[in-house]
Design a protein around this ligand. Structure first.
Ligand code: GDP
Length: 444
């Protein structure tokens, strides 16, 4: 999972100083040394680390920190704000034209997720910005890219313009602009060719397309898992094409954080989007403060709430909540809850976004938890509606039928029913307390 060891080390450094009653220059220096080591180990560029520590030191030694009510927490806040500063302070959005067609050129090395990101961005623009996007398949070098873009476009209901692999990309880019004009599109995204390494031929092809379509944005996809290499790649592309934004992909993978923390400071190109999975919905607008919270293990509750609102059926959720509180919760409702949870992604991913739980996220056995969820789903699916509504009718013969149908054991079914009964009792109790005006203390 992204940043896990960086987050853990930084948290240890913070615990060390917040645990000490009084902040002295010595223990602050110890902490800064630890922060420095954590960043270097996460593969952050050494010059970026040096400047970072210098800035934190300068601010932390300022008179108002030592005399503040809680100097240790002030220092943690300074580190946090400095990370936000590194990441780019404000949200960087697409440079939309005020009138006419906005053009976005996607560039990047092969395999970084350029084609996937083109479709993901088209999807975000369509859903969140009410745009009418057209995707253009200009990657005629990688044989599967055209079909891949068409499949992705189909899944999000966005048209893909392509004249096949035999017509030069530049010709297709020009024709696509005409097509967009004639058909009322307001945004055109060009998925261009990549290579395994930067080469002159590629750069020339991209420069020609740039010249022809005059893009409002040139977005470079970089793979978060490649660490500091991101910086070198971004510098080369930027020198030759003047990149206007980065799309950081595969942040769901095991990245150490070095790339994301170095690239903005060195290239001065803002990150605009982050890709967090293979599905077309797995893209987020990049918010530096939320990312800093996540790196520091402070959770990212804003993104969690947004994803919940977007991916879960909130009306169904409200209905389920009132049903739960009245004690009328059934196994069918439980099934629905499991499915809604699944839409939010992996359990570890969800926990990472909740403040206070991110440290635990790395400790859970995801495969086991997911296996358990699947088992529960299979058991409930093997029950009749009547059984789901009223599990009291489950006698031995019904249980063995369900076990057979779901590929589980009768013991698994007993366990699920027991768990379900406990949940139902607890929900009912909470509902009653709420009615009496005595809300239970959830935090205790
Ligand atoms: P391109 O060669 O740059 O166009 O790369 P593709 O879009 O074909 O992506 C390469 C591979 O990376 C594919 O298998 C994608 O499914 C996968 N991929 C793309 N973005 C992400 C992401 O954010 N997370 C993960 N886990 N995989 C991704």
């Amino acid at each position: 999972m992204a940043f896990e060891s960086l987050t853990n080390r930084l948290n240890k450094a913070f615990r060390d100083i917040t645990g000490k009653g009084k902040l002295t220059e010595k223990n602050m220096n110890d902490m800064l040394r630890e922060v420095r080591m954590s960043l270097l180990e996460a593969d952050v560029n050494y010059k970026v680390v040096k400047d970072f520590i210098d800035h934190v030191k300068e601010k932390a030694l300022g008179a108002d920190v030592m005399s503040s009510l809680n100097p240790s927490q002030m220092v943690v806040k300074i580190v946090h704000d400095e990370i936000v500063e590194l990441l780019g302070t404000s949200e960087a959005s697409i440079n939309f034209k005020s009138s006419g067609i906005t053009t976005i050129m996607m560039v990047g090395l092969q395999g970084t997720g350029k084609t996937t990101a083109s479709a993901k961005i088209a999807n975000v623009l369509k859903k969140k910005k009410a745009r009418k996007p057209l995707l253009v398949a200009c990657d005629i070098v990688r044989p599967a890219a055209i079909e891949q873009l068409k499949t992705l476009g189909n899944s999000i209901d966005v048209e893909v313009y392509s004249e096949g692999a035999d017509v030069p990309a530049l010709t297709q880019a020009k024709n696509a602009m005409e097509y967009a004009k004639a058909n009322g599109y307001d945004t055109v995204l060009f998925d261009t060719a990549g290579r395994l390494h930067i080469d002159e031929e590629l750069m020339q092809e991209l420069a020609d397309i740039k010249e022809a379509v005059q893009p409002d944005d040139i977005l470079l996809t970089v793979d978060a898992m490649t660490g500091q290499d991101i910086v070198t790649v971004a510098q080369s592309f930027n020198e030759q094409l003047a990149v206007t934004g980065l799309v950081l992909t595969k942040l769901d993978g095991d990245s150490r954080g070095g790339g994301i923390l170095s690239v903005r400071a060195i290239t001065n190109v803002p990150v605009k989007f982050v890709g967090q999975g293979e599905k077309v919905d797995d893209l987020d607008i990049f918010y530096p403060d939320r990312m800093a919270d996540r790196i520091l293990g402070m959770g990212d509750i804003m993104t969690f709430v947004e994803q919940a609102q977007e991916k879960m059926d909130m009306e169904e959720q409200a209905k389920a909540a009132s049903k739960m509180m009245s004690g009328k919760f059934t196994l069918d409702d439980m099934l629905m809850q499991i499915r809604q949870m699944n839409k939010l992604g992996s359990l570890g991913g969800i926990m990472k976004m909740i403040p206070g739980m991110s440290q635990m996220a790395g400790q859970i056995d995801e495969a086991k938890a997911e296996g358990q969820m699947k088992k529960t789903e299979a058991i409930i699916l093997s029950m009749t509606m009547e059984e789901r509504e009223n599990p009291d009718i489950l006698r031995a013969s019904r249980k063995s039928r369900i076990a057979k149908g779901s590929g589980t054991q009768v013991a698994d079914i007993n366990r699920l029913i027991k768990q379900f009964e406990q949940t139902r009792q607890m929900m009912k109790m909470m509902g009653n307390m709420g009615k009496n005006g005595k809300m239970p203390n959830m935090g205790a």
